[in-house]
Design a protein around this ligand. Structure first.
Ligand code: M6R
Length: 410
């Protein structure tokens, strides 16, 4: 027997797992195990079978899992659409969950890291499409500053692994308080899924690289589907639009060499960098910065483009890389103004822009997709930039220092 805090850690050894609950002890020998509670009661719990396709666990031709997982994103997106489509070809979530969400007047999203960044897009979709006021919370901060709860809330936990301790401790508390809960996770049978009232799966296949990529785009897609199925005016053809995004992702991935060149031109020998954007592009900037810093160790901040001049612009020096994301027509000219501000202070600016909003001097033009779904696309070149910058520095892309795939301590 082996004890692990995440089933995925031992999936190459077995597919049979037995849960251990809080307040229980395990006695383990070479051939057997026994579970008891701290007060001495014997627990007999049946094992469950983890269903993971062995092919999903191989790197195949890829040098790193991260690159494989980036490349898988268009296929994951298409799979998610299939999984959430009913026989009439419409997007659907389980009826019980739909009724539960229709009864709430506020949603609280709780998550960490990349999943937290996806949560901001969830807020955008749930407010704009479903009209439900939504707040986003960092799980590890929740206890110190719990929201003022009124009316009928729903708590939504977003977690690729479903094992993150910071998120789980909030879930335990919310259950004690008696509020309904939904977990959005990639791992069926994970702790956060078992303990919540409802689960929506990401269907992204196992994510092995520490840097989360396909889980982020899967989280955004599932959040969009959740919001769309709650929307009363069904005027947003999400299935069709997600199909366009998947094709656009394919075309960015097919031209990844161009992004490798940008990584070399902008990030070689740099100690710090900035991503800037407004609105949805700001949310993606936060995620893009996390990706770059966690694997390449380039100190990177994701910043609201308009906020830079309120202090942080003091950090811009000759040659500081500033990567600007522009995907929204309504704020493009303002972000352009912020690019000029940093350029005039010496920044080496790189503009990643949606087709239709580009200028001749821009470095990367993304195919046009529905304005609400641009984050799904804009994040892909930023993942590739992080990947290539890390390769060029000679670090292990999949296993950055000081980090674990599942963070099972608070
Ligand atoms: O498994 P989770 O989604 O709950 O994990 C949350 C974070 O630890 C995770 O997203 C982390 O930020 C990633 N390493 C980022 O790439």
């Amino acid at each position: 027997g082996v004890v692990a805090s995440d089933a995925m850690a031992t999936i190459q050894l077995t597919d049979q797992y037995v849960e251990i609950h809080d307040g229980e002890m395990v006695q383990l020998t070479n051939t057997d195990f026994a579970i008891e509670t701290v007060s001495g009661s014997v627990i007999n719990r049946a094992p469950y079978k983890a269903t993971v396709d062995a092919a999903d666990l191989e790197k195949g031709m890829y040098p790193y899992y991260m690159l494989k997982e980036i490349d898988e994103q268009p296929a994951v997106l298409r799979r998610i659409v299939q999984q959430y489509q009913n026989s009439a070809g419409e997007l659907e979530i389980p009826n019980e969950l739909k009724q539960a969400v229709q009864a709430v007047d506020r949603i609280h999203i709780v998550a960490c890291g990349t999943s937290y960044h996806a949560g901001w897009l969830g807020k955008h979709f749930l407010e704009k499409m479903a009209g439900i006021p939504t707040e986003v919370h960092i799980a590890s901060e929740f206890s110190y500053n719990p929201p003022l709860i009124t009316g009928n809330p729903l708590f939504v936990f977003i977690s690729q692994s479903g094992e993150t301790a910071d998120s789980r401790q909030v879930l335990v508390k919310i259950k004690e308080w008696g509020y309904p809960t939904l977990t959005i996770t990639n791992v069926q049978g994970s702790t956060l899924s078992r303990e919540a009232d409802h689960t929506l799966l990401l269907h992204a296949g196992p994510e092995i690289a520490v840097a989360s990529t396909k889980a982020y785009t899967a989280q955004i897609s599932v959040l969009a589907i959740l919001a769309a199925t709650l929307s009363e005016e069904n005027d947003f053809a999400l299935i069709h639009e997600l199909g366009i995004v998947a094709n656009a992702m394919d075309s960015i991935i097919a031209e990844k060499e161009q992004i490798a060149e940008l990584a070399e031109a902008y990030l070689t020998d740099k100690r710090s960098a900035f991503y800037i954007g407004r609105g949805l592009d700001y949310y993606v900037s936060m995620e893009a910065a996390l990706k770059l810093k966690e694997i390449s160790y380039v100190q990177t901040e994701g910043f609201a483009a308009g906020e830079l001049k309120h202090g942080t612009i003091a950090l811009i020096e000759e040659g500081t890389p500033v990567i600007a994301l522009i995907t929204q027509a309504e704020n493009a000219s303002h972000t352009r103004g912020n690019i000029e501000e940093v350029r005039s202070r010496g920044a080496h600016t790189c503009v990643c822009v949606m087709e239709g909003l580009q200028q001749e001097s821009d470095q990367l033009v993304l195919p046009a997709v529905h304005p609400m779904l641009t984050p799904l696309l804009a994040v892909v070149p930023t993942q590739l930039l992080a990947y290539y910058a890390t390769l060029q520095r000679g670090f292990d892309v999949d296993k950055p220092r000081n980090l674990a795939k599942s963070v099972t301590v608070e």
